[in-house]
Design a protein around this ligand. Sequence first.
Ligand SMILES: [Zn+2]
Ligand SMILES: [Zn+2]
Length: 867
Amino acid sequence: MKSSFEIRKTFLDYFKSKDHVIVESSPVIPADDPSLLFTNAGMNQFKKCLTGEEKRSYSRVADTQKCLRVSGKHNDFEDVGYDGSHHTFFEMLGNWSFGDYYKKEAIIFAWELLTKIYSIPKKDLYVTVHITDDEAEELWKSNTDIDPSHISRFDKENFWEMADTGPCGPCSEIHIDRGPSFCNGYNHKCSVNVSGCNRFIELWNLVFIQYNRNEKGELEQLKFKSVDTGMGLERLVAVLNSAPSNYDTDLFLPIIEKIEKDTNMNRKDDPVAFQVIADHIRALAVAIADGGVPSNEGRGYVLRKILRRAVRFLRKLGFKKPYLFSLVEPVCSIYDNIFPEIRKNFDRIVYILKQEEERFLETLETGLELIKNETCRIKSSGLNRLSGDIIFKLHDTYGFPVDITKEICREENLVADIEGFEKRMEEQRLRGKKSWKKESSVPVDLIEKLMLQPTIFTGYEKVSDESFVKAIIAKKNDEWIVKDDAKEDDEIFIITEKTPFYAESGGQVGDTGIIESDSVKIEVYDTQKSGGIFMHLCKIIKGNIKINDRIFLSIDVERRDSIRKNHTATHLLQSALRNVLGKHVSQAGSFVNDEYLRFDFTHPKALLNNEIEEVERMVNIYIQKAKEVKTEILPLEEAKKRQALAFFGEKYGEKVRIVSIDEISSEFCGGTHIDNTGKIGTFIIISEESVASGIRRIEAKTGLNALLLLQQQRKTLNDISEILKTKTDLVLRLQTLMDKSKKFEKEKNKVQKQFPVSEKIVEVKDFKIILVGSEQNPDIKNSADLAKKKIKSGVVFCTSVENDICKIVVSVTDDLVDKISAENIVKKICELWNGKGGGKPSFAQGATKKPQGDLIFEMETIIKKIL
Ligand SMILES: [Zn+2]
Ligand SMILES: [Zn+2]
């Protein structure tokens, strides 16, 4: 078998020999592109090189790109596993020219590599070109020895676009005829682009980029022409090995063999289950290694969906306990020589998978049961439709991604009422929206259209700088527009040629400050960036400004200093965490402003108090060592050799900035830092908590902010001392007080439980009557005395019921003894309630049958009747 390693290497070596720079794959979690859920094509990381917005030192490049396709026209997630050639995760081999070579060389390279180097028989290869592309067809005929009858033309199939907008152009695809045995369709003549025919498959797509599709959907001619190609590695490896499917290659077999061994089953027993699991674990391991975490929204939700689908199929193979994590090892073994980041994150991947799987397995059983019952019910009533309500319930209550439900329906020959489900989802979304409003404040689209040169950032060295205004953007009727000038009180975005203002990125907030000239004074209250363009969000305090004005920019230095301290402290914190907790700690996000810092990292459980103290102590020791903070710009390769900690969320050009502090820390970082750790002063952790499964969050303060916090805490302590009237043994005193209060509370509850008492005061014929009803009251006379004191003048009517007996006490205050007799009242009650009693006019008692119904209500009724 030809190994995937050799095949990949051959591709990269070939293009290296053709003067291409070989770069690394970018992460599958794209850092700077919110329009993109996951990296889904080789060209994602070169998008700006193709449009000319970004210049790199090379114009020819090749790589193998990690791609994740979970939806969209190229791939339907639920179909993965059912055939041998579609995957959620795959590698895309590609070569690019940015304004360098064009159609001719692209065609010659592809043909030479496939036929001469990989030795694919020429008779098996077919190519397609766009219906309008005479040039490409001519080039194929004149520069290669392809059989001219193997060239055909298509329209849509031969126009490539990555998304609704962006660089695009006509393409030329190379297909391979794998032989009649591969055809899985019927009633057709096998040929290129016949749907349902697996005999002819696309191998390589050569895209000739010459347009940019703009927001309006129009094609704009780009300034220069480029080449963007893509060839799926999994497919190529299968073809070169004459393997029946991609799963029969060394990119999947180690996983499948492991499952076979652990289940004592054969892949043939349930090919779909084996293939789904083998596919999904690769996607999960790669995505988590690149920083993905399963969650309830966005990218995280997609990962959760993939994971749950895999777990469902594992359940079909009989696994009732977490198992997915044991497949991380075979995935690592497949990629050790090309994507070492997977092995590096081994512990983290295993931990996250295990936790997620455990959680889902709990509800999976219940959910499957519900589906089973529902399926039986539907089928026995002669129907075949699973209602939207049930699908929603499975989704909402049991966390079944709708794809799983659809899949089960498919297996059970049921129709899933997806429309009904969507309706329920929409209702829920609307409910959610009311409490959640977010507004994008940056006019990204508009800025892209301006095609400005990237802003020169001078803020690493300077806190103020001189420049001129390149663009003014203002809001008019809720829409962003480009303006030539602005006046007092206007709120605008200003874009300048240079700026010392740091724009929010890498978790660090944007700078604030002042922009001014002789004729204007502007307050900058935030700085953002889009691509390489920095935008100052401002309000004009006085004067006017217009395009090309020379201006002076100065940042709020005090605020920036606080930010610097917090940012450098974040690096020290990461190092301390790795020393105290272990090397599995890696950054999962951070936020730094002038008040505090927040650092998210991977760690399976809550930190112990002594761990928190140790981390805090260590960071303060680093601070007191007063080490120099160095920044260097290095080529990526060299930086990696130094083992700088790369954070997956950041996107690197070919040169990277490294911030290092002695032997303590070395990180890829674009943020602003102080030049010496001593300037941080103090570092105090204010909280430690969980943010997601396997992710912890620490918040901390530095410098004067830390001091301020300590002073506030001291004040609180002083206040407590005042109240307790002691400065020593505060804890002991408080504990004693708390104990006492607890004891008191307990006794109170005990007393109340013994004989719950209810009370009501009513007035009947000008007499005030207090009704006291209780259960199992041991001393009803005492209760009557208490009530008498309370009422001062009136009649007391007390009862206590126990089993079927109702004890009665009636007493009359001295001032009323002449007018009303307790004895008479008791006698009349005994008559009505069936009992016996007697006494004096001021006090009488008796016992009757327990009245039915609410005691107080019955007492009130009877007393009104008697008086
Ligand atoms: Zn066919
Ligand atoms: Zn940093």
